[in-house]
Ligand binder design. Sequence first.
Ligand code: ADP
Length: 232
Amino acid sequence: MTKSAIKIENLTKRYGKTNVVDNFSLIIEKGHIYGLIGPNGAGKTTIMKILSGLALQDNGIISMFGDSKNLDDQRKRMSFMIEAPYLDGSMTAQENMMFIRYVRGVANVNRIDEILKFVGLSDTGKKIVKNFSLGMKQRLGIGMALLSSPEIMVLDEPVNGLDPEGIVDVRNLLKKLCDEQGISILISSHLLSELSELCTDFAIINHGKLIESFSAEELETKCRNHITIKTN
Ligand code: ADP
């Protein structure tokens, strides 16, 4: 039996008297790309922060790779990019990668060039990150998240604010990661249309509650032009 990558059961998080995540459950299967879709303030970032250990839930159980007890150990198999990637604008792409390599203790220095090539930034040379487009910065952030060879990536609104070309670049990159390296991805957006061509599965969230979840095939069926005729 294949274990799920992440299992979220009845997750609740309160700020003051408000349940910003409200009895939320979701299973993320290995090798799938899950889109967490909801308007601003729906609770997407809070769920991702709880998964990363940056926030604590008030209720609910999280399992990672079938383990609900040693989450800090399991988190080492994952990478998170929550809110904005941490980048130093005064350094080049290579230098930013080198910094994260030291922080994470990644032994293989060749991995930096491999990843920069993979995310399409190998020709940026001496250009400092301050002068990168937003799309380039997001791709570098994803590259930094890849350094530790994660099995799951959690990405908070990585296409927010990108122009259509930037969205396509990030989408192709994530698709490639899932197809070629079998990485499972949880990605959030406030627009279903931004992720509709990328994700294999979708979860719609509002006011912290799971409204609906469906596969890409089910989405296609829902969106197909049709006429409904009701008869008595
Ligand atoms: P989303 O990522 O979907 O835009 P968030 O998870 O960031 O939503 O926020 C969900 C709700 O929780 C919002 O109403 C937000 O104001 C509130 N919230 C988030 N973080 C905090 C915090 N540290 N303290 C109080 N309220 C918070």
